[in-house]
Design a protein around this ligand. Structure first.
Ligand code: FE2
Length: 199
């Protein structure tokens, strides 16, 4: 069965008061995310990957030695990344659950230090990519960044939080100010209950 574009878990204008406009979500979800779904389905059709899960395809097609990843990997990983991204934000007020706050404080020293590290990772990603909070295979929490569609699944890590730092995610609302977009994401948009549920 072909992959489908999931609906946003909220209305297109639901995040507008929190720094992510309806126009951004119309382009980002309805056009960019949909293109990854359509192109991913086309790319795997008739290959050994047809019928496999997104995670199986991501793990099976990621090439750690390649300068550029394949079309199958790029589209399927971006499909997965965006599926997670919408769930990681909420129009509601979200407070970090105590268990997550404790784990973040133990790993980074404080929530503010974690946020600084996350903002540096996103701001320091040259070109398109993602900033992540991951749980590594040894159980430790880490902040990482990845280029293009590469994601924690490639490295056997669990994605707790991801922020899309492709220009299509922030250019309408923040123009070229990626650091301001990242700060707003952490302070206003993150669904911390969702992050905690991934632990
Ligand atoms: Fe995106």
């Amino acid at each position: 069965m072909a992959f489908e574009l999931p609906d946003l878990p909220y209305a297109h204008d639901a995040l507008a008061g929190k720094g992510m406009s309806a126009e951004t979500l119309e382009y980002h979800h309805d056009i960019h995310h949909k293109a990854y779904v359509d192109n991913g389905n086309k790319a795997i059709k008739g290959t050994e990957w047809e019928g496999k899960s997104l995670e199986e395809i991501i793990k099976g097609t990621y090439d750690k030695n390649a300068v550029a990843q394949s079309g199958i990997f790029n589209n399927i990983s971006q499909l997965w990344n965006h599926n997670q991204f919408w769930e990681m934000m909420t129009p509601k007020d979200s407070k970090m659950p105590g268990e997550l706050e404790k784990a973040i404080t133990e790993a980074f020293g404080s929530v503010d230090k974690f946020k600084d590290e996350f903002k540096s990772a996103g701001g320091g990603q040259f070109g398109s990519g993602w900033a992540w909070l991951v749980k590594d295979s040894d159980g430790s929490l880490k902040v990482t960044n990845t280029e293009n569609g590469v994601n924690p699944v490639c490295f056997g890590q669990t994605a707790l939080l991801g922020c899309d730092v492709w220009e299509h995610s922030y250019y309408i609302d923040f123009r070229n100010k990626r650091p301001a977009y990242l700060e707003n994401f952490l302070d206003n948009l993150v669904n911390w209950e969702n992050v905690a549920s991934r632990m």
